[in-house]
Design a protein around this ligand. Sequence first.
Ligand SMILES: CC(C)(COP(=O)(O)OP(=O)(O)OC[C@H]1O[C@@H](n2cnc3c(N)ncnc32)[C@H](O)[C@@H]1OP(=O)(O)O)[C@@H](O)C(=O)NCCC(=O)NCCS
Length: 224
Amino acid sequence: MAVRIRPLQRADVAATSALHEEVLHMEFLARAGRGFLRRYHWAWMDTDDAVALAAVDDHEVVVGFLLGALRPAGHFRSMVRRHGPQLAGALLIAAIRRPSFGRELVTTRLVRYVRGLGRMAWATANGRRRRPPGGGPVPTATQRAVGEVTHVLVRPDLQGSGAGRALLDAAAAASRAAGVEELMLVTPPELSGAVGFYEHLGWEHAGRLTSRSGEDFLRFRLPL
Ligand SMILES: CC(C)(COP(=O)(O)OP(=O)(O)OC[C@H]1O[C@@H](n2cnc3c(N)ncnc32)[C@H](O)[C@@H]1OP(=O)(O)O)[C@@H](O)C(=O)NCCC(=O)NCCS
């Protein structure tokens, strides 16, 4: 099967959210369900710093996708500024529809999310966050410009056919062209398929981290 990589489009979100829920069912965001994921993918691709790519087959069917950011901090700020209320609404609906997800949201993340939104609203109201176009902090001469890949996945029956590599190659090329010097990603240690895949593609181990919600991750970096 020939796979082509192209930018993700708004019309793809029904397919990407279904894939996300199916393939990464163990992830917190995926547990929120397809409705939330649809809104999340749309919000993700709607910033200047987004890297959002689809892998499509000969019939233009989406068989995989990748989400990342050229300047992660600026990307998340734009995402919340443009889509914050809709994302919060979709999260609330998911929490009501799926009580176990709702409990997890309240116990592990709610306070942090509300504080973050409050800080952003305060900063926006006070005009303290004037950013250059693109929204992210401009790296100083001594800082490396570090982009991020947050999701890459391929439809189960097509895993192993080169789509994952094609998505990461395209993300690296787009990031390099935008001046990014290094890509980072994190993955749970128990996702052994993903760990082997990143190692095989030349990503370097860059330590471990525990998220503020208490989950363990392995960090990987790819100098560009
Ligand atoms: C991980 C994933 C994205 C890889 O995509 P893929 O399309 O299956 O991988 P590819 O076919 O492009 O593989 C590229 C290369 O990596 C190698 N590879 C893939 N998985 C590997 C593994 N676990 N260990 C070692 N090498 C691996 C392939 O053999 C191939 O090698 P080659 O190009 O030198 O022949 C895909 O399997 C997937 O969606 N997994 C479930 C979701 C997931 O874990 N996502 C990552 C976390 S967000």
